[in-house]
Ligand binder design. Structure first.
Ligand code: AMP
Ligand code: ZN
Length: 111
């Protein structure tokens, strides 16, 4: 198994987990770019949105809904930004789909 996020899900690599259910985990990003920077990671390995099966795509929409439900618990109450990097131009370094959750300050908007 080469994938760092699969290893995190298996518990082979340690992580700071803030949430877990049958479909996903939310961990703290090891190199945060905002005061709050989490990664929501589906437990099933796929790299790109178009690779998701119908059930994985449905799980992804439930995952987004879950972020909203957890927002106070996770300190996102003043607002948060979700980012999914896809491919090299977006800077995707881990080829296991994940949702960045950024919060904790007024976020600027630059590309
Ligand atoms: P991306 O560039 O969208 O593929 O994002 C990958 C993210 O994973 C980066 O923000 C990294 O800081 C983060 N990351 C890589 N390895 C780990 C790890 N072992 N624990 C937590 N976050 C990690
Ligand atoms: Zn993986």
């Amino acid at each position: 198994m080469e994938c760092v996020f699969c290893k995190i899900i298996e518990g082979i690599i340690p992580s700071e987990k803030v949430y877990e259910d049958e479909n996903c985990v939310i961990i703290k990003d090891i190199e945060p770019i905002a005061p709050i920077h989490y990664l929501m990671i589906p437990k099933k390995h796929y790299a790109y949105l178009e690779e998701a099966s119908v059930s994985e795509a449905m799980e992804l929409s439930f995952m987004l809904n879950k972020i909203g439900q957890l927002k106070d618990e996770l300190g996102l109450g003043n607002g948060y930004r979700l980012i999914i990097n896809q491919g090299d131009d977006a800077g995707q370094t881990v080829k296991h789909l994940h949702i960045h959750i950024l919060a904790g300050k007024k976020l600027n908007w630059e590309v």
